[in-house]
Design a protein around this ligand. Structure first.
Ligand code: AP5
Ligand code: ZN
Length: 217
């Protein structure tokens, strides 16, 4: 299956993507995680992305689209993928469509996670991620690690993302409404969108997502 996951910052895209990718045996491709891994490794791409990410702004399309396409070109994505955080504006959506057309493949569905803004703010305020791998995600209340401040999966140190500070979150939410929400309409015109509520326990949301994808995609 080829799926795009959309939803506001803090909706639980990364959390759900980990389970969905496993259930569907497809790679989870998060542009946010790819950028953070590049920043950790000190690559040129990471250096170009860092200031934008720290401010909660979008990284320019010319950097992002190339990085996403390089990742999609890898053999593990040839039979399917779950894209998380890409595309994030209409220009990126058009670039993805062009990529898919060049490869004579198509999306099976766009899963839209709906969460009220007050819940998103709570989820982001308590989020802690791992220094070694930003896909290892915890929450001070909803998903506590066994030992405070330590990642259950690899023993790495947990910390708060720089862009999770309240003023950055406001900016990210504004950008989401302005730049990213319009792609939901773009994909609705292609008949691809399935919308689910992402409220409630993580496993329940995963169940809802699996049912929606099988029914709608
Ligand atoms: P990115 O990393 O994609 O950030 P985001 O879209 O803002 O999404 P988040 O990672 O904040 O949230 P999430 O929805 O994955 O939630 P999570 O599962 O962690 O992008 C970061 C930056 O990179 C961007 O601002 C931009 O600068 C750049 N970037 C990335 N892609 C780009 C692109 N295409 N173009 C340009 N720039 C780009 O969950 C949040 C918290 O809630 C966690 O603590 C979790 O434990 C908890 N939680 C999850 N589900 C539940 C539940 N059901 N109940 C209770 N708690 C829950
Ligand atoms: Zn870890």
């Amino acid at each position: 299956m080829r799926i795009v996951l959309v939803g506001p910052p803090g909706a639980g895209k990364g959390t759900q993507a980990a389970f969905l990718a496993k259930n569907l045996s497809i790679p989870h491709i998060s542009t946010g995680d790819l950028f953070r891994a590049n920043i950790n490794r000190g690559t040129d791409l990471g250096k170009r992305a860092k200031a934008y990410m720290d401010a909660g702004d979008l990284v320019p399309d010319e950097v992002t689209i190339g990085m996403a396409e390089d990742r999609l070109d890898r053999p593990d994505a040839s039979e399917g993928f779950l894209l998380d955080g890409f595309p994030r504006n209409e220009h990126q959506a058009r670039a993805l469509d062009a990529y898919l057309a060049r490869h004579e493949i198509a999306l099976d569905g766009v899963l839209d996670l709906e969460v009220p803004e007050d819940e998103v703010v709570k989820r982001i305020a308590g989020r802690r991620i791992c220094r070694n791998d930003s896909a290892h995600v915890f929450h001070v209340e909803y998903k506590q690690p066994k030992t405070e401040g330590v990642c259950d999966e690899c023993g790495g140190e947990l910390y708060r993302r720089d862009d999770d500070a309240p003023d950055k979150v406001r900016n990210r939410l504004e950008i989401y409404h302005r730049e990213t929400e319009p792609i939901i309409d773009y994909y609705k015109k292609q008949g691809l969108v399935v919308t689910i509520s992402a409220l409630g326990p993580v496993a329940e949301v995963t169940g809802r997502a699996m049912a929606a994808l099988h029914a709608g995609a």
